[in-house]
Every structure is written in C-alpha cells, then in structure tokens.
Design a protein around this ligand. Structure first.
Ligand code: HH2
Length: 289
C-alpha cells in the first residue's frame, strides 16, 4: 500500500515507501555472531534462512559476514567476501525483497552491490573514505550507523556528556559528508547503533529520545534485536530467548520515529507491527473477527 506524499527510501532499483515501519531480517553468515553464530554459515543454509525470512514478512534481508559483537576480532576481507557474495548472488536471483550487506569494507560493499545488494549497511558510519567512494559510485541505499570506537574495545567504559546529542551530531555530520561526496539525500538512512559503545542506560536514553534522531530528517533504522541490554532489563540470559523484549523495543521504536527495525525474529516483529499499524490506522484491515 502506498500513501500519496509518503516518504521514500531510495535503494537501487527499489523505492521503499515508509508509510509503516519496515522489517529488516538478519541473515548472519558468520561462525561467531552473538545470537545466531554458525547457524547459517554455509551458503545452502543461508539461502534457506534468507528465503524463510522473506516468507515470514521481512521487507529487507540484511546479509552480514563479520560479527561486530563487543570484543570481536575483524575478519579478513577474503573471508568476508567468500561468506557474503555467493549468498547475496543466490538470494538476488531467488528473492524479490531488497538485500542489504552489513559491512565496514569497501571491497565487500562493492562486490555485494555488484552481486545484487540494494543497501550498504555500515556499522562504522562510512568513516572509511574508500567506503564513501563506493557509496558515491553506486545507487544503493546507505545505513549510516553510530559506533563509538571499534568492536574490539567499544564497550570499555563508553562515556558521553549527552549520548543523544552526540550520536545525533555524528549522524548528521556523516550524512552531510556523504551528500557532499555526491550521494543523493534520499538514499541515506541513519541508525543510533544500540549496543555499539553504549551502556544499557545509553541505549535506553537513545530509545526514549528517538524522536531527536528522527528530527534529522533521514529515515531511521533501529537494531535492538536480542542485544545484551534487553537481557539486562528482562533477565533473559540467552540471546535467542530475548524475543519478547526485542519485540517490545521494535514496537516502541516504530511508535517513536523508526522507519526500519533490524531483527532476528521476523514473524513476531512483523505481526506485532501489523497490530500496531491497525491500531494507529496505518494498515487497512477487514471487518472479520
Ligand atoms: N547491530 C548488529 C549488526 N549490524 N547494523 C545496523 N544498522 N544496526 C545495528 O544495530 C546492528 C547492525 C549486531 O547484531 P548482530 O548482527 O545480530 O550480531 P553480530 O554483530 O554478532 O553478527
């Protein structure tokens, strides 16, 4: 359904209409991701899972070949390419939802866009000039995320005077830098980077004041799924069991300015968002009870 005048996020051949909160399903093709490491590491399993995410209601499938969990070591470019490109290529042929590649590496972004990815999701917020060059040379959608430092060290006592103001300022600067490099503003989305150099209190503050991030004017993506702060609040120690807390954050985010939520549990999120849409009058529903 599209609404006249609705905002649109331009992502390669896709124009994603932001008249409701979209669901980005996570497909980690890594041996070591914090909640699903190793589950989809071979190409056949990854392909099956990617198709399953789309069937469950994912509007976007995000393929990642490097875990960026706190304390993780970077993988080699060769390994990241080998993990991601065949999966993106196969999914691009088999699926009609936009594919995103979750990478900090210019070589990987470029190869995955050539293989059919329509979005480059960079957790380091396009700090690397080589990533900016790739972004400027293609027409993919871009996710600019805030991360304090590097995954290896980012959770070592992160400090801010005002986490929301500082994250907002950083995202605005990086988005403008991309525009100056030639990227059309309609391709850019921003993400506060929950858990990336943030304590539980920082994450909660960013969610509480998400409207301030949204006031930048770019589409907002929120990735909270199964993260440690949800475990801390709910007392659920096992990441894959944090679905209720994750869904609650997705609903809050969608009600406070998020245009996309990045999640592992797609059907739970999509169903919850459909209810939210029905209540707030965004989604059309029949009168069957
Ligand atoms: N979080 C993770 C990875 N990529 N991208 C965006 N835009 N926003 C996020 O919050 C985000 C992200 C970390 O989660 P996950 O992929 O599940 O874990 P891992 O990094 O261990 O693979």
């Amino acid at each position: 359904m599209s609404v006249p005048g609705a905002r649109v996020w331009r992502c390669g051949r896709f124009s994603l209409v932001l008249d409701r909160c979209l669901v980005m399903g996570i497909l980690n093709v890594t041996p070591d991701s914090f909640s699903d490491g190793g589950e989809h590491a071979d190409a056949v399993a990854a392909l099956r899972h990617g198709k399953g995410l789309a069937l469950e209601g994912a509007d976007i499938v995000d393929v990642g070949g490097e875990s960026t969990r706190p304390g993780s070591d970077p993988v080699s470019v060769v390994d990241e390419l080998a993990r991601t490109v065949p999966v993106v290529e196969a999914l691009a042929h088999g699926l009609d939802v936009p594919l995103s590649v979750d990478t900090r590496r210019a070589e990987v972004a470029e190869a995955c866009v050539a293989a059919g990815a329509s979005i480059v999701n960079d957790v380091s917020g396009f700090r690397d000039p080589a990533m900016v060059a790739v972004a400027a040379a293609c027409d993919a959608g871009l996710v600019v995320m805030h991360m304090l430092g590097e995954p290896k060290t980012m959770q070592a006592e992160p400090r801010y005077d005002d986490v929301v103001a500082e994250v907002r300022e950083y995202l605005g600067v990086q988005a403008r830098m991309l525009e100056e490099a030639g990227v059309a503003p309609g391709r850019i989305a921003v993400d506060p980077g929950l858990g990336f150099g943030k304590t539980t209190a920082h994450n909660l503050e960013l969610l509480r004041r998400l409207d301030e991030i949204a006031s930048l004017g770019y589409p907002v993506l929120v990735g909270a799924s199964r993260k440690r702060f949800i475990g801390e609040v709910t007392g659920v120690a096992t990441p894959s069991e944090r679905v209720h807390g994750s869904t609650a954050v997705a609903l809050w985010s969608a009600s406070h300015g998020a245009d996309v939520v990045r999640v592992h549990d797609v059907s739970a999120t999509a169903e919850s968002l459909a209810m939210l849409g029905a209540i707030t009058g965004v989604e059309g529903v029949g009168d069957e009870r």
